[in-house]
Design a binder for this molecule. Structure first.
Ligand code: FAD
Ligand code: DLZ
Length: 507
């Protein structure tokens, strides 16, 4: 009786449900490096290297413990290059009598998994992914018939159930659930964020990087700066480095951006969490412990915990609640082609150039760059959500559809019509200027909304508001900008819209 236990590339976790009750004498654990998963979108080279390296390291750790591992390498001549193909091939090779897997992170993979049984003729058990704190059925129960799914209320429920940062069953530490209003400072000139710990590639990662450079040479991005953690031990060290050196100021500068500072006080743990080598609860507990030890203030710790306990769990819930139709909506009827500069970084806008350049070199940009720079531009310019969603899925080391799609489609593009956010995250150049120093060295003048030096974010913002004024007229959260628009000199609005039209023509 051999059970084939399947571990996907983003399931490199000791606590994976597919590995529960593993029978060391009979069971075989399957890892499969397959071209289909590397190319269903042309992932950033660092992302492929990270996933394959994490898989190889985790497989090695299991083998070391005496687990029987079946590992298909990408360059194995027998490789069928699809997950279903490798599951069927390895089930036959090992004479398996059943297959166990953990619920995958993407809808298309779940559909694939659901067909494994008919393909192999074997029973397939798909277990819950218990690495998340909220089960999908619990999220579904919370969502109920609600029209809008507010993250804040979901987050409070998870705070209560986990007891994180709670001083009594219904009493958050410090008396408030959320300290976001304290977390909006610009980076002062005299504060230099500490560089995050990097993990120089070991022999396994170097081999994988060479493979990626050979097999996926035309994919976006560079591998020269690869420094991601690829094992559980590295990921824990990355977390400890964050907690010791950056967490105390994470809250204050969470929304800040700065030229030449690609990571600021962010944790850089998304890639490790999502590939499975770091436990989200361990990250939250480490932050809570830092607060209780007096090492980090409450606004920082609550802000950090909210991202993981709140946002991360919430977006996963929304994804599985709404897929597959979620990805098909286009509430703002946006159809413009993704500009080439999203790949080349060849743009005169300093903030966009900075975000895209570091994305190419590091497979990383922090949340405000993703939301308020590249995301905001895509929203204002009415870029086609399908193309924008694919871009975000391609370019980041932490990108998987369950987390990428709600953030992009819902939060950044408002393409879901407001399920994720009660108003679009639209902003003019003034926001970028307030939160960064990008405008200082930019050829565009953030104070101008028309003319050759005008900041595109300014005229695109008002063009966006004019285009969608009727649509948002009943949204109370849009009342202020729409009132400002209504009071503007119509000639000024027309001039900005003409500027926007010229900009679009030149794209
Ligand atoms: P930090 O800012 O230090 O935050 C700590 C952790 O909190 C993150 O590692 C992450 O696990 C979690 N977190 C923070 N914000 C979010 C959020 N909005 N949704 C889910 N988890 C969150 N995150 C991804 O993990 N994968 C994606 O593909 C992804 N795509 C995004 C696309 C857009 C358009 C936007 C606006 C956000 C996206 N995010 C995504 C969320 C967020 O930007 C990243 O999680 C974060 O930048 C990762 O860097 P970090 O580890 O330094 O995060
Ligand atoms: C992202 C990725 C890549 C690049 N390669 C593989 C792979 O070769 N084998 C594998 O099992 N998984 C890979 N993955 C992760 C899967 O794409 C991921 O499991 C699904 O997207 C579901 O989240």
């Amino acid at each position: 009786m051999t059970t084939l236990r399947v571990v996907l590339g983003d399931q490199c976790s000791e606590a994976l449900s597919a590995l529960d009750e593993l029978d060391m004498a009979h069971d075989v654990v399957l890892f499969a490096e397959v071209r289909a998963e590397c190319t269903y979108v042309p992932h950033h080279k660092q992302k492929i290297a990270l996933v394959l390296s994490a898989m190889r390291h985790f497989a090695e750790a299991l083998r070391h413990r005496g687990v029987m591992v079946a590992y298909t390498r990408l360059d194995d001549p027998a490789n069928t290059h699809s997950l279903a193909g490798e599951v069927a091939r390895m089930a036959a090779v090992h004479d398996a009598t059943r297959i166990i897997a953990t619920h995958p992170g993407e809808f298309r993979v779940l559909q694939d998994m659901q067909a494994w049984s008919s393909r192999t003729g074997l029973p397939v058990e798909i277990r819950d992914d218990t690495r998340f704190l909220c089960t999908l059925s619990r999220f579904r129960a919370w969502a109920g018939e609600k029209k809008q799914l507010r993250m804040e209320y979901f987050y409070r429920q998870i705070r209560r159930s986990t007891g994180l940062l709670m001083q009594a069953p219904d009493e958050p530490v410090g008396g408030q659930w959320n300290y976001d209003h304290d977390n909006r400072a610009r980076l002062p000139k005299d504060i230099r964020p500490p560089s995050p710990k990097r993990f120089p590639p070991d022999a396994i990662t170097r081999e994988v990087i060479a493979l990626v450079e050979r097999e996926f040479a035309d994919h976006f991005g560079t591998t020269a700066a690869f420094g991601w953690p690829v094992t559980a031990a590295d990921a824990t060290a990355a977390l400890e480095d964050f907690v010791a050196h950056r967490l105390p100021r994470f809250g204050d500068y969470q929304d800040a951006m700065a030229e030449g500072e690609p990571t600021l006080f962010h944790a850089l743990i998304g890639a490790a969490l999502n590939v499975g080598i770091l436990d989200p609860m361990a990250a939250c507990r480490a932050a809570e412990q830092a607060y209780r030890a007096g090492h980090a203030p409450l606004n920082a710790v609550e802000g950090f915990i909210r991202q993981i306990l709140g946002w991360r769990e919430y977006v996963r819930g929304v994804y599985w609640l709404r897929m597959p139709h979620y990805a098909e909506t286009n509430a703002l009827e946006a159809t413009r082609t993704l500009p080439e500069f999203y790949w080349s970084a060849d743009t005169s806008m300093a903030c966009m150039r900075a975000a895209i350049t570091q994305t190419r070199d590091l497979a990383y940009a922090h949340h405000i760059q993703r939301l308020m720079v590249t995301g905001n531009f895509a929203l204002l310019a009415g870029l086609d959500p399908v193309a924008v969603n694919e871009w975000y899925l391609v370019v980041y080391a932490d990108a998987y559809e369950w987390v990428e799609l709600p953030n992009t489609h819902g939060m950044a593009l408002h393409a879901d019509g407001g399920i994720m956010a009660s108003k679009p995250y639209a902003a003019s150049g003034a926001y970028i200027n307030r939160m960064s120093d990008h405008c200082r060295g930019c050829v565009h003048d953030v104070k101008q909304a028309t003319g050759p030096k005008a900041c595109p974010f300014n005229y695109l913002y008002w063009d966006f508001m004019s285009r969608h004024a009727a649509r948002f007229s009943r949204n109370p959260r849009m009342a202020m900008p729409l009132r400002t628009l209504a009071k503007m000199d119509p000639a000024k609005v027309a001039a900005m819209r003409a500027e926007a039209a010229r900009f679009f023509d030149a794209l």
